[in-house]
Design a protein around this ligand. Structure first.
Ligand SMILES: [Fe+2]
Ligand SMILES: [Fe+2]
Length: 508
């Protein structure tokens, strides 16, 4: 064989280099696609272990606490007859609920009434499993009834927990650690901002798989929920939305909202809670937006997903470019709280004389990235992004956009999730607080570019709000895995704090 000429050698080297570059580029593209696709159901992402420190027989989760009552969702692993024993904290458990008949794997909801306002109780489940003769007891947990004005209390807010994204945005052991830290703080209320029950990333969506998404969270939220009522706000990934109804009981919207309301106790309008009075066929009361007063504060949750005719964010089962499913051709004026919710929100915020007013939603307008960057737009702020003021023509009968309503009525803080970042911003005296994920192991500022102003702090954790007669303080409690702790940074540290002024709205 004749030796290769210099030109031939250069040509062969060039071709080899080209092939290597293309392979590298393809590999990079594939990795990027993988990154952008949060969870397409790898076997690893489907496995989510049980928390290691939970009670082994089941979970109990409080909800709908009032001045004189509380409701409890009991998830017991065995068939059993049971009773709840309870009493004022520090005294004997000398009161009993009615007899409860528990079935393995079926959530059971019950209500304790006749409690004293502004009081702490202890309670436990006493149970006798089918076929056994002896009664046994659960650990003893806590109930706090409504605080009276002027009483100090604390609540916690959790952003998107995304257990389906394990191990990227959620490490189960870190989630457990965060929730056990939450429990140890004895919060009166625990509010989840959505994307805690993602059903759109399921490979197959059936009534059973949707139920599984909800039951997966039960032992985790039960770590804090056994002693603190849990309040759920729907996120975009819950797909609990009007767009997912087809008029039958087998539509995704029905499965999701029923799984939510069966596994967790959530408020329907009564003498204590106000909220959505319009039942939906095959569901009943949606329990998707509600408000209540606790101590010196008004709490309000709002929801656009159940009141917009089209998908608010990602449409289930469709990529962002798909016809009818993507975000590209959306008209964000179609996203709305709806007339009834807007009227209720106006009445609730206007009539409340609370010293502090807190509003919770998954995100401004239910979609997008950023905080106050979106607060001037569409029904939230009235402006069209092209600059026109289209509010009056797009929302006939509405007195003012949502942000302006917040300003007028003295909303103290609007809490949102969706962006997985801690960022505190302020607009016209209203604080916009974006909340981080509780168990993301990275020390990153996800979506930080979308926030063009404000105090941004990296990492994961919870937002704690302490209300006292003299001041109200917001703290960012950082969550760290043991291996990530350093001398200067420990799990539970306060990474950022600020004070909230009392409401100065028109009603003060
Ligand atoms: Fe979200
Ligand atoms: Fe999220």
């Amino acid at each position: 064989m004749r030796p290769l000429t210099v030109m031939e050698k250069v040509t062969i080297f060039g071709i080899a280099l080209l092939i290597a570059s293309v392979a590298l580029l393809q590999d990079k593209n594939n990795r990027q696609k993988q990154e952008n696709r949060p969870n397409q159901g790898s076997s690893r992402s489907r496995e989510y272990p049980l928390p290691t420190k939970a009670w082994g027989e089941g979970s109990v989760l409080l909800g709908n606490a009032t001045d004189t009552s509380v409701e409890i969702a009991i998830h017991f692993k065995s068939n059993a007859e049971a009773v709840i024993e309870y009493g004022l904290s520090g005294e004997a458990l000398n009161q009993k609920s009615e007899n409860l008949s528990l079935k393995a794997g079926t959530p059971f909801q019950t209500k304790l009434t006749g409690l004293k306002p502004n009081s702490e109780y202890s309670y436990r489940l006493r149970y006798k499993k089918l076929g056994e003769t002896a009664f046994e007891s659960s650990p003893t947990y806590r109930i706090q009834t409504q605080r009276k004005p002027g009483t100090e209390f604390m609540f916690l807010v959790q952003g998107d927990s995304h257990p389906e994204r394990v191990p990227k945005m959620n490490i189960p052991s870190l989630y457990e650690r965060t929730l056990l830290t939450a429990k140890a703080q004895k919060p009166d209320l625990f509010i989840c901002l959505g994307d805690d029950f993602s059903v759109d990333t399921l490979r197959e969506r059936t009534k059973q798989t949707v139920e599984g998404v909800y039951t997966k969270q039960v032992p985790y939220l039960g770590l804090v929920g056994n002693s603190t009522p849990i309040y759920l706000v729907n996120g975009n990934h819950e797909q609990a939305a009007k767009a997912n109804l087809d008029g039958t009981e087998n539509s995704l919207g029905v499965w999701v909202q029923n799984a939510r309301n069966r596994n967790f106790v959530q408020p329907a309008p009564d003498a204590f809670y106000s909220g959505n009075t319009e039942p939906v066929e095959h569901i009943g009361p949606l329990r998707n937006y509600f408000a209540w007063t606790w101590g010196d504060a008004l709490f309000v949750t709002i929801d656009p997903y159940w009141h917009s005719a089209t998908a608010v964010d990602n449409a289930v089962g469709k990529g962002p470019k798909a016809e009818g499913g993507g975000k590209r051709n959306r008209n964000l004026w179609d996203i709305t709280l709806g007339d009834s919710q807007y009227k209720w929100l106006t009445k609730t915020l206007t009539e409340s004389k609370a010293k502090y007013k807190f509003v919770f939603a998954h995100h401004v307008n239910g979609t997008g990235r950023g905080g106050i960057e979106n607060a001037t737009l569409y029904e939230w702020g009235g402006k069209d992004p092209r600059g026109g003021d289209l509010f009056k023509s797009k929302r006939p009968g509405w007195e003012m956009p949502i942000h302006q309503l917040f300003v007028k009525t003295g909303v103290s803080v609007f809490f949102q999730g969706h962006d997985h970042i801690f960022c505190k911003q302020e607009l016209d005296g209203v604080i916009y607080q974006s909340c981080p994920c509780p168990a993301d192991p990275t020390n990153s500022l996800i979506n930080g570019d979308a926030y063009r102003s404000g105090d941004k702090v990296p990492g994961a954790g919870l937002v704690r709000v302490t209300i006292s007669p003299t001041q109200t303080k917001v703290d960012y409690l950082r969550a760290y895995e043991p291996s990530a702790e350093t001398d200067g940074h420990k799990h539970g540290e306060v990474a950022f704090s600020y004070l909230v002024k009392p409401s100065t709205g028109a009603n003060k």
